[in-house]
Write a protein that binds this ligand. Structure first.
Ligand code: BGC
Length: 461
């Protein structure tokens, strides 16, 4: 068995990174619209005010998607475009934009996968305390219902949250993403609890108003990749993936973010280690949070080489739950332009470990790499490293499918170069090159390569 016949081949983007039109047609401000304009926050003082101008050019972009041959497109809705204040009044022009985008996708045979939250919280809600406010799950459920009612006659696939690890972890633990201040562990754990409740309440809202809806979730984390297939290294890597580090560094922990949603409880080791800072977890909270998704998504970009403790040469990082050791990489080992290390087997092990634990059809909701691409003298954009990266990762994904993992789909990140958050326009992740001066789109070599992979349902990998 290889990829299943109905395997979903897709590409992904997010609103704040591509749409632009940040202050047009009644859209409210998001935390990123404000943060990016603060001095020193984003590389070279850039922002997403115009980005790829997709808001005005979506028809051209959908045509390119059709040429690429993707069967699904994952995009996010800008909450403040639809509800400028986050709750209450709905901006009909915002709804109309997404409605037209959805119609255009469907007319090209492309299934929309809608992410509700890809980090651009309405600034008005942030002023009310954002995710710290106990009403934040209700706000999110109201927004989910609004989107469900507007698009649910045509959109059946929704993802509640993209990478809570980042919009809580990088934003409030590390303080380097909007809104950009560090908070105490107790405060960030309370926000996380509210986000999990928001997932549950939004899932209930969508299931109540969208017939045949499929709800998903898209967290992330680096994948511990065993140094060999031998059982002790595999067990060590599995432990490393799910165990809460003894030092309480919780924000990238897979179990903390996914066990409540997928299994209905917080992980025991996390409850023990984080005990002094835990929020009040009310009796019914777990019932609300445990709205098991119909599909499980994971964004996977990177791995960490791991061996069983006692067998490796690197520093021992964690031994609370089974003993594992993070291995040192050899000097000069591959890295992408953003500086992320490359471990080709991370998709294979990532989806395998996640499927073992959560037993739910799995999507890779993001995977891809940045490189400093530019048009060559021949007018084309040659990106052989991206082709090789995607090729080897997809082979790993196919191997997982062959092993019996229920791999339902893959969304490449990203359809086109875009606003890469705090790194501005420094990193290009796209299959399509964007000239940000002229807004001209130019498919890269990887675009044509991926088109052929899709055509062959991955047989030619
Ligand atoms: C995010 C994207 C981002 C990509 C590359 C993911 O963490 O979901 O928004 O552009 O990684 O950094």
């Amino acid at each position: 068995m290889s990829f299943r016949n109905d395997f979903v081949w897709g590409a992904a983007t997010s609103a704040c990174q591509i749409e632009g039109a940040a202050f047009e047609d009644g859209k409210g401000k998001s935390i990123w619209d404000v943060y990016a304009h603060l001095p020193g926050k984003v590389f070279e003082g850039e922002h997403g005010d115009v980005a790829c101008d997709h808001y005005h050019r979506f028809e051209e972009d959908v045509k390119l998607m059709a040429e690429l041959g993707i069967s699904a497109y994952r995009f996010s809705i800008s909450w403040p475009r639809v509800m400028p204040e986050g709750t209450g009044p709905v901006n009909e022009k915002g709804i109309l934009f997404y409605s037209r985008l959805v119609d255009c996708l469907l007319s090209h045979g492309i299934t929309p996968y809608v992410t509700l939250y890809h980090w651009d919280q309405p600034y008005e809600l942030y002023k009310k305390g954002g995710w710290l406010n106990p009403d934040s799950p209700k706000w999110f459920a109201e927004y989910a219902r609004t989107v469900g009612e507007a698009l649910g006659d045509r959109v059946k696939h929704f993802i509640t949250f993209n990478e809570p690890q980042v919009f809580i972890g990088l934003a409030f633990v590390d303080g380097v993403h909007a809104p950009g201040h560090r908070m105490s562990r107790a405060e960030t754990l309370l926000m996380a609890h509210h986000v999990l409740l928001a997932h549950g309440m939004a899932s209930q809202a969508l299931r109540a108003c969208v017939p045949e809806v499929q709800v998903g979730y898209a967290p992330t984390s680096d994948v511990p990749v065993p140094v060999s297939d031998s059982p002790e290294h595999v067990a060590a890597a599995r432990n490393a993936y799910f165990a809460m580090p003894e030092n309480g560094d919780w924000s990238w922990n897979v179990s903390w973010w996914s066990d409540p949603v997928m299994l209905g409880h917080y992980p025991e080791d996390g409850l023990r280690i984080l005990e002094p800072d835990l929020p009040l977890i009310r009796q019914d909270d777990m019932k609300t949070i445990f709205q098991k998704p119909d599909f499980y998504g994971q964004n996977i970009y990177r791995g960490i080489p791991v061996s069983a403790a006692g067998n490796g040469t690197g520093n021992k990082v964690g031994d609370g739950a089974g003993g594992w050791r993070k291995e040192k990489r050899s000097p000069g080992s591959p890295k992408t332009a953003i500086g992320w290390p490359v471990d080709f087997d991370c998709l294979y092990w990532g989806v395998k470990f996640l499927y073992e634990r959560y037993q739910t059809p799995i999507f890779v909701t993001e995977n891809g790499m940045s490189s400093h691409d530019w048009p060559s003298l021949d007018g084309k954009v040659h990106d052989p490293a991206r082709i090789d990266y995607l090729h080897r990762h997809l082979r790993g994904l196919r191997r997982a499918a062959e092993d019996g993992v229920d791999v339902a789909g893959y969304f490449q990140w990203s359809l086109m170069d875009n606003f890469e958050w705090a790194r501005g326009y420094n990193d290009r992740f796209g299959l399509i090159y964007v000239d940000f001066e002229t807004q001209k789109r130019l498919p890269k070599d990887s675009f044509y390569w991926y088109r052929d992979v899709i055509r062959g349902n991955g047989e030619n990998l």
